[in-house]
Design a protein around this ligand. Structure first.
Ligand code: 5GP
Length: 206
């Protein structure tokens, strides 16, 4: 993979020929996935700050807001009934149940951003990433991985936003997600935020 070989820490998966530009024309949709607490939100926020042209999709969720989260910025926090209505009307590009709550990508804002020629980032879970491979086969998906399992546990416990039971549940999911990293076009190990952002900028050719 000529585009990634010089970047230590970026592994291009073997079946990732689309990133050469051979199979995926104009890769404007970027899926960023990875286990809990790996730092997806931080990386995406940095990318957007560096490249304001990027459209970062704001997901809808039935999860309750955490302290510091803002409706319409962090997520659209909606009721189960509203979520049902969105799925029934085809208003979501993809959606999944994660840790007992539902999360989904509102379709219209993404389509609008693509029409405007803006790169789009979807920060979604593994189930969502699989759905996007069907709806946007040209999308490039990137798996953000922790440097080690112990570091992931440390980051999750350190952020202190979940109860012990919620942490355990997230770690069970994280095992499954890590086992699926080979499905992704690229794997980026998030050891250092700045280095990770640079690798992502390279991958996305921003
Ligand atoms: P959190 O509750 O920590 O904000 O997110 C839990 C998980 O839901 C994360 O893996 C996150 O990537 C995922 N997620 C957030 N928004 C969406 C979405 O719109 N669709 C899907 N499939 N997953 C999402």
């Amino acid at each position: 993979m000529s585009d990634t070989a010089p970047n230590a820490g970026v592994q291009a998966n073997d079946d990732a020929s689309p990133a050469d530009g051979a199979g995926k024309l104009q890769p404007q949709v970027y899926v960023i996935s990875g286990p809990t607490a790996v730092g997806k939100g931080t990386i995406v926020a940095r990318l957007r700050r560096l490249h304001p042209e990027i459209f970062v999709s704001c997901s809808a969720t039935t999860r309750a807001p955490r302290p510091g989260e803002t409706d319409g910025l962090s997520y659209y926090f909606i009721s189960n009934e509203e979520f049902d209505r969105l799925t029934a009307s085809g208003g979501l590009l993809e959606w999944a149940s994660v840790h007992g709550d539902r999360y989904g990508t509102p379709r219209e804002p993404v389509e609008k951003a693509l029409e405007q020629g803006r790169p789009v980032i979807l920060e979604i879970d593994l189930q969502g990433a699989r759905q996007v491979r069907t709806s946007y086969p040209q999308a490039v998906d990137i798996f953000l991985a922790p440097p080690s399992w112990d570091e992931l546990v440390h980051r999750l416990q350190g952020r202190g936003t979940e109860t012990r039971a919620q942490q355990d549940r997230r770690l069970v999911t994280a095992r499954d997600e890590l086992a699926a990293e080979d499905e992704f076009d690229h794997v980026v190990v998030n050891e250092d935020i700045e280095a990770t952002v640079r690798k992502m900028v390279d991958l996305m050719r921003l």
